[in-house]
Design a binder for this molecule. Structure first.
Ligand code: KIV
Ligand code: NA
Length: 266
């Protein structure tokens, strides 16, 4: 299958074809999702929560993101691979953002980077775009600002907040963002932003009016007991994996594994 490239994102929007994105943090899951036809794989800084056992994304470093990004980029044959710039690696300004993004692009083989924020990151988006690095934006609930936002709460509620959100969306799109993630935004607000922008919006908890959808794969697959309200569980893979591990433990203890089929004869 043909590689998804940056121009396909805008073409999909123009044709009204919904884009699909999932997070991935390693080669095993990236290969599975790529084979499933997922258009974009996001090596999210949600790796901090999902894989590294942190309660926020704040402790995640560029050194955490690079091996994950490299593994996903190697495993994905069709998907457009996007790597998150973690907290503290781009906020200082365009120079810092460019240094981080160049390192991520060189060392991972990803096709784009993503970072959070509206007008405040316009200089960063311009600098990366000028350097030939596609940027995906991220607005609405932005987990790296969770202490300022007071935790995971819907953003852009009320006329004024909605107006500010769409101004941010227009600003980052004009700066060169190739797509914009909208997280925990009222569906009508996300729909309106989607109408205004010429680049695709990718929603998470932002309703069906976006040009595409993204979910954290752990939530999508039902890996853990809890998942956010907006994240539908499309499977109960956590329970299936636990059942497999329990069966393995039982058979080893009972001496029924390995059997003749799973050992070597003389
Ligand atoms: O890190 C992440 O998984 C994300 C998505 C929730 C969009 O940024
Ligand atoms: Na993220």
């Amino acid at each position: 299958p043909k590689r998804v490239r940056v121009h396909h994102l805008r073409e999909a929007k123009e044709r009204g074809e919904r884009l699909t994105m999932l997070t991935a943090y390693d080669a095993v899951t990236a290969a599975i999702f790529d084979a499933a036809g997922v258009d974009m794989l996001l090596v999210g800084d949600s790796i901090g929560n999902t894989m590294h056992g942190h309660t926020t994304t704040l402790p995640v470093t560029v050194d955490d993101m690079i091996p994950a990004g490299r593994a996903v980029a190697r495993a994905a044959h069709r998907a457009f691979v996007v790597v998150d710039l973690p907290f503290g690696s781009y906020e200082a300004g365009p120079t810092q953002a460019l240094e981080t993004a160049v390192r991520v692009m060189k060392e991972t083989g990803a096709a784009a980077v993503k970072f959070e924020g509206g007008k405040r990151v316009v200089p960063q988006i311009k600098a990366l775009t000028d350097a030939g690095i596609p940027v995906v934006g991220h607005l609405g609930y932005t987990p790296q600002s969770e202490h300022l936002l007071g935790g995971p709460r819907v953003q852009g509620r009320g006329d004024l907040a909605a107006e500010h959100l769409s101004e941010d969306a227009v600003a980052i799109a004009e700066a060169g963002a190739v797509a914009v993630v909208l997280e925990m935004v009222p569906a009508p607000v996300a729909e309106q932003i989607t109408e205004i922008l010429h680049v695709p919006t990718i929603g998470i908890g932002a309703g069906a009016g976006c040009d595409g959808q993204v979910l954290v794969w752990v939530d999508m697959a039902g890996m853990t007991d809890w998942s956010p309200r907006f994240a539908k569980r499309f499977g109960e893979v956590g329970a299936a994996l636990r059942a497999a591990a329990t069966a393995y433990v039982d058979e080893v203890r009972a001496g029924t594994f390995p059997d003749a089929d799973h050992q070597f004869e003389k």
